[in-house]
Ligand binder design. Structure first.
Ligand SMILES: [Fe+2]
Length: 300
């Protein structure tokens, strides 16, 4: 497809859409549909964009009605939107849930001299059915799983990176490897990526979500960007909540990548300080269950 360089991309992540009055998991969650409308309004005119990417946790509980809400929201964009799944997304409803002409779940999108590869960081948590197709394991546990590429996904990513004629590759994936947030850091998953990227020199960087802590750091000498979430966001340095938001990117003809975080301040999601319990959660000192128990005790 012909595009004018730089390629301009908008990233949304962790929209955690709800349906039918369902209650959000976790504490202090924002109204994600209201957050989407606020973000969409903040983006404003977007005809200059080449692509919108959504890096997973599209739904909060992975249900079909939640994807209907998501599809309705994303179909408001007048440009193509491509999505990859997160741990809160179940495979079948995710793959069948985006019935609108501009919504796709492609594994690779080529624009100008860039290839955008969409990785599935749930792949290693899936099981094979009798035909060898990967399906979700029974139960809800997968909704809270760490990233895992497993056996076939690294080979699939490698093939896409090696077979594209584009000069530069950027990878979009839900779970960020090498993350320093203790709550979600996973050495096994990070090792999967260090092994994979070691001999994929065309990969210029990674765009991810999952942590709900917007950030940028270096991974394997490449920039790794984490997008804000819609459900809740945190600034770990200043120990405050953050508004919902998004990232914009420019991909240059020379392989350069620049990205900016945009947060949409509003009275509905003030940047209030969070307490010691949430700080302990992010440091990996207590679990989500223990945090919920502390909150329940405080409410008594
Ligand atoms: Fe999330």
């Amino acid at each position: 497809m012909f595009v004018t360089l730089p390629v301009r991309v908008l990233q949304l992540s962790d929209t955690h859409f709800l349906s039918g009055g369902a209650v959000a998991e976790g504490m202090g969650a924002y109204d994600t549909s209201a957050a989407f409308e606020a973000v969409f309004g903040h983006i404003g005119d977007h005809d200059h964009l080449d692509l919108v990417v959504v890096t997973g946790d599209v739904a909060d509980h992975g249900t079909a009605p939640e994807y209907e809400v998501a599809a309705q929201a994303f179909s408001q964009f007048r440009v193509p939107v491509n999505l990859c799944p997160g741990n809160h997304d179940f495979e079948v409803p995710f793959q069948t849930g985006f019935d609108a002409p501009n919504l796709t779940t492609e594994r690779i999108v080529e624009l100008g001299n860039w290839a955008f590869v969409f990785a599935d960081s749930n792949a290693g948590q899936m099981i094979a059915d009798s035909n060898g197709t990967l399906i979700d394991p029974p139960g809800e546990d997968r909704l809270h799983a760490n990233g895992s590429l497993g056996v076939d996904e690294p080979a699939r990513i490698r093939t896409m990176c090696e077979q594209t004629e584009a000069a530069h590759v950027f990878i979009w994936v839900h779970h960020p490897p090498g993350d320093t947030v203790a709550l979600v850091a996973d050495n096994t998953y990070t090792t999967e990526w260090t092994q994979l990227l070691a001999d994929l020199p065309k990969v210029r960087g990674i765009g991810a979500g999952h942590t709900h802590v917007p950030s940028k750091y270096e991974f394997m000498d490449r920039p790794l960007y984490v997008s804000p979430a819609f459900k809740n966001n945190f600034d770990l340095e200043n120990e405050t909540w953050l508004p919902p938001g998004y990232r914009t990117y420019e991909f240059g003809a020379d392989g350069s990548v620049t990205s900016e975080v945009h947060l949409v301040d509003d009275d509905r999601w003030p940047r209030r300080r969070f307490g010691r319990a949430i700080a302990s959660l992010f440091r990996g000192e207590i679990t989500h269950e223990q945090l919920a128990e502390i909150a329940a005790r405080k409410q008594k």
